[in-house]
Design a protein around this ligand. Sequence first.
Ligand SMILES: Cc1cc2nc3c(=O)[nH]c(=O)nc-3n(C[C@H](O)[C@H](O)[C@H](O)COP(=O)(O)O)c2cc1C
Length: 378
Amino acid sequence: MRVLNSIADLREVARRRVPRSIFEYVDHGSYDELTFNRNLSDLKALRFRQRVLVDVTSQSLRKDILGVTSSMPLAIAPTGLTGLVHRDGEILAAQAAEAFGVPFCLSTVSVCSIEDVREATTAPFWFQLYVMKDRGYTASLMDRAEAAGCPVLLLTVDIPVSGLRRRDAKNGLAVPPRLTLRNALDIATKPSWAFGVMMGKRKTFGNLAAAVPHTGVATLSQWISTQFDASVTWKDFEEIRRRWKGKLVIKGILDAEDAKRAVLLGADGVVVSNHGGRQLDGAPSSIAALPRVVEAVAGRSEVFFDGGIRSGQDILKAVALGANAALTGRAFLYGLGAAGRAGVTSALEIMAREMQVSLALTGCNDVRDVTPEILSRD
Ligand SMILES: Cc1cc2nc3c(=O)[nH]c(=O)nc-3n(C[C@H](O)[C@H](O)[C@H](O)COP(=O)(O)O)c2cc1C
């Protein structure tokens, strides 16, 4: 039997099970992928201080995230079209997150709808909002999230226009997925995916299909440019803050000035993120931006981090640099593509184990006590 003991192993299995156009939609970044690659390499370049002869028998990864105790400092990031990676992908990932005791965030552009996920879970989940041109529809999404009991709204602000993801354009990624002459052979070699997704009832935008026109779209980026509102400003943020009664987190902050403004206008949390290197190519890596944002926020709101998390060590590095918790995008998607709900659980287990061992080897017992001191300057 194949031993799967890293996120890279899960990625490899997912690569074989998921059609190329969908795997590459997950696996790649925008333009020349400079920022995407830097997210990974800058995290890797950080080093730990190895400390010895400390009793590390009572380890704890538990941490409070926006007032709720989580089993580790990690949440599942919102990812669009997760239900195309695996049938009912959002439901399966939310269930895996619930069982593991970490937050799950549903994307506006999910395949399973807010109500689908609500029905299939008992733990409250977060909802991620994109501001659409149809502001009435945007408001109705917030109402639906509130009605589903979502305690946290994550407002994503780094995609007023869509960065070009070259692979998607080349692969002609369409929603719902289509069987074409070009991809027929590929899909024929992915029978479990084809049986699950192509035969399943959900394969388009679950939250949007009923009300937004043009959902049978040629390519994803075309669709984004017709539906997302490029005129969104801080005024809209203020309006959303007034309207949303729960916790409001702003996602897609890399700049200290933007972080300060978000906190001033009432953000409960800030996610340091460059959309996993899928938007502004040439922007700094998230981990390079994290310390500046932490300093600017100065404890007035929670700071979260995403971009390049592929191991428990990566999560620990982000926490050491001041993140309250990290979010994971691709790592959980690889697990989902590899083995559905069990694969997401594997991804979470792998990262938790890695984090626990690394915590011990830096001489710490409790992740809440982690400071930059666990990192080496050498
Ligand atoms: C396939 C995919 C789809 C994504 N869709 C969304 C989305 O709908 N909304 C959002 O705010 N961010 C989205 N993101 C960005 C993630 O929330 C997160 O910022 C990013 O994946 C973190 O980087 P990582 O994949 O290296 O962990 C998406 C990322 C991926 C990989």
